[in-house]
Structures are given as C-alpha cells and as structure tokens.
Design a protein around this ligand. Structure first.
Ligand code: C5P
Length: 222
C-alpha cells in the first residue's frame, strides 16, 4: 500500500466463530477459522489504519500492531464492539451464532433415563452485531459478509438492504476450495446500487489486500 489509504482511520473488524454455552462443558459453534478476518486486520494495518480486531475463539497469532480483543459468545462480541466504538469502518467477518440456548445449565447436563431417546434444546435469537452497529446514529462505513451455499447474490443483496450496509462481500461456502477453513477465497462485492465487483480465487492474504484497497477507495469517496 504505497499511499496508505486508511491513515488516521479506526477500523473495527469482527472475526472467527462465536461459542454459545449449553452447560459448563458443552457449546454450540460453527466452522469459522477466523483466517479472513485476521488477514483483513493485517491488510488494514498495512494501509495505515488503527485496527481493533474482536475475535471469537480461534487458533491464530495476532498480526503486528493490531489491538486484539478475545470474546466467546455473540453477546460478548456485541458488548466488546460497542465499547470499541466509534470507528470509521466496520468489517464484520465473524460467523456469529444466530441462536443460543435459552438457559445455560449450571451443572453438566445428565442423560435423562425417563425421557426416551430425544432431548429438546430451546434456542433464542442472538443480537445482530452488524445490523446493530450499522443502525447507530454514529454508524461507521459498514461492510458485511454473506457466506451462502445457494442463491448467493440474491441472499447477499437482501442482507445488504436488511442490515443497512454500504458493501457486502458474497462468499460461496458450498465450494470447499474457498469455504470455511480453506486457505483461499474468491468473492464478489455488492454495493448499495447493486453494482458488482468480483475478485478471482487467490490466497486469503491477497484477497484481503485487494478488498481493503477497494473498501478504502469507497470509504474515501463517501
Ligand atoms: O445474516 P447473516 O448471519 O448471514 O449475516 C452475515 C453478516 O452479518 C456477517 O457480516 C456477520 O459477521 C454479520 N452478523 C453479525 N451478527 C449476527 C449475525 C451476523 O454481525 N448475529
């Protein structure tokens, strides 16, 4: 980044999965590795930004000069993001659990010999972190991810509108070479006018730099 397009900007990035506890030894989570969010944090620092990276549980080293905050659940992630505001740019790359168990058992749940084969776990909706921050009066330039296995561009455009975003990054997770936990990615960025820009498959590090350069351009025009 020769011109350091994000100099003086505070960039907030969410990354990784969240974990939603069922009891002291069990939880609900997903396959997110955090690699894309961490690569974006590194690229944003290279572009001159002050970067806050709020991450669920992942096995990744912290990039240089990144302020990393570790969280566990979706509600923890929202609270950490709110505490880190204001920011100029939000990139929500975390795979946040949509639901959590309604109650967290105080003790390890035991198999119930009287209840037959099944167990019903009651779930409730988690807050939408991205939509919450993009809906604030001091909303940052807001970028979301849409990881889908079908109807990718249609679902992505719908999320762009529903969550009041500036840009959404569509990611086909049905393709194992670019999905969760892969080393590479290929993306299409959709803007508010439904204009599309595609980035060909390459390493997550390279995609992150291309995406940061693209976002910085749009942010600096906005
Ligand atoms: O609705 P969906 O989960 O597919 O939206 C994905 C986008 O919204 C991602 O950018 C993700 O980080 C963000 N998100 C969030 N909080 C949630 C759910 C999704 O920030 N509870």
């Amino acid at each position: 980044f020769e011109h350091r397009a994000l100099t003086g900007r505070h960039v907030l990035i969410t990354a990784g999965p969240t974990q939603e506890n069922i009891d002291p030894v069990r939880y609900i989570t997903n396959h997110s590795s955090g690699k894309m969010g961490f690569a974006l944090a590194e690229a944003a620092v290279e572009a001159g930004a002050k970067v806050t990276l709020i991450t669920g549980p992942v096995h990744l080293p912290t990039p240089d000069r990144v302020n990393r905050i570790d969280v566990v659940s979706a509600r923890d992630m929202l609270a950490a993001c709110e505490a880190a505001m204001p920011c100029d740019l939000l990139i929500a790359a975390a795979a946040v659990a949509d639901y959590r168990p309604e109650v967290v058992a105080q003790h390890k749940m035991k198999k119930d010999p009287t209840s037959g084969e099944g167990l019903l776990l009651q779930l409730v909706r988690n807050p939408d972190i991205l939509a919450t921050l993009a809906g604030r009066a001091d909303r940052p330039f807001s970028v979301g991810f849409a990881a889908e296995t079908e109807n990718l561009l249609e679902y992505a455009s719908r999320k762009l509108k529903d969550k009041n975003l500036d840009l959404i990054v569509a990611n086909d997770v049905a393709n194992p070479s670019i999905g969760f936990n892969s080393e590479e990615n290929a993306i299409t960025v959709i803007d508010r006018d439904l204009g599309q820009n595609s980035f060909a498959q390459t390493s997550k590090g390279k995609i992150a730099r291309q995406l940061i350069a693209f976002i910085a351009d749009r942010l600096n025009q906005a």
